[in-house]
Design a protein around this ligand. Sequence first.
Ligand code: IPM
Ligand code: MG
Length: 364
Amino acid sequence: MEFKIGLIHGDGIGPEIVNEAQKVLDAVAGKYHHTFHYTNLLLGGASIDATGLPLTEETVAEARTCDAVLMGSIGGDAKTSPWYRLEPSKRPEAGLLGIRKALGLFANLRPAYLYNELRDACPLKDEIIGDEGFNLIIVRELTGGLYFGARETKNIDGVETAVDTLSYNENEIRRIAKRAFEIAMKRNKKVTEVDKANVLDSSRLWRKVTAEVAKEYPEVTYENMLVDNCAMQLVRDPKQFDVILTENMFGDILSDEASMVTGSIGMLSSASLNETSFGLYEPSHGSAPDIAGKNIANPIATILSAAMMLRYSLNLDEEADDVESAVERVLADGYRTGDIYSEGTTKVTCSGMGDAITAILKEA
Ligand code: IPM
Ligand code: MG
């Protein structure tokens, strides 16, 4: 089959890790007789350097012509990069928020699980990890809440004051809740809705609407948890979670925590989906400007994001399984980039890891 894939190389380690993912996609195309047409899209700092803006209409228009978009990472060092001397709405991150909004990517899926081979990297004690480890997914609402509410910084009677607004309507909550329950149906059938309903009106609406949606999925266990408690439970007993459903800001914070708890943030993928099968796929980690250009970054999160893209947007389940098993194989064979290296394993570069995964795909 033929597909059009947008590639956002982005900033920092973005170009290196996207190149490795593209190698893997090319191997998949060869093996399964697909044709992937790639188109490069500018976003973030790279877009600022080329056009003065972190997101242009051309990028949005071109992305709309794609079946899916694969992204590396955007942003730079806030202390040293000239991008951060621009006003906030012109900085790299504004481009990412802009493309999420423009393409209606309201459903952000962020899996966090423990690779058996990488148990040593997990910062939790053995008795917490248990025999099976943990495997959860955060379903984060991505186009509402504080990130997109009215905001303003003003001077009131000589006092500088800043306001951000957290607003959700029931439709925004319902559509993301449905996604979370659908995902739970294909997993362990449990949804934990996370909020701050003891304080916030918006959270009380989240509880009300998600409870209504839960009635449509009687097989799924539904529970509510306060976000501060959830932050604690993620390190106390992550095994209790299957699907965590939450609003934009809470999801941003909890997903970093969840990925750190796995000990391998360089391994975790993510997908941002709209109402159709279109999605933007990106690793859960950032642009790591400190190691950019050194060919030492871990490309696995991006390669697994490409696998998610095969599965969710291109409907190529077998191919996605193949990529995921190839990743497991290289880990079992002992290949490690620096971030997950431990004694007795074989240290490889970013491109070395991409080559190892590609080789396994080609041979199997
Ligand atoms: C993420 C990032 C972004 C967010 C930033 C870069 C705007 O932290 O994808 O989690 O806060 O959503
Ligand atoms: Mg974040």
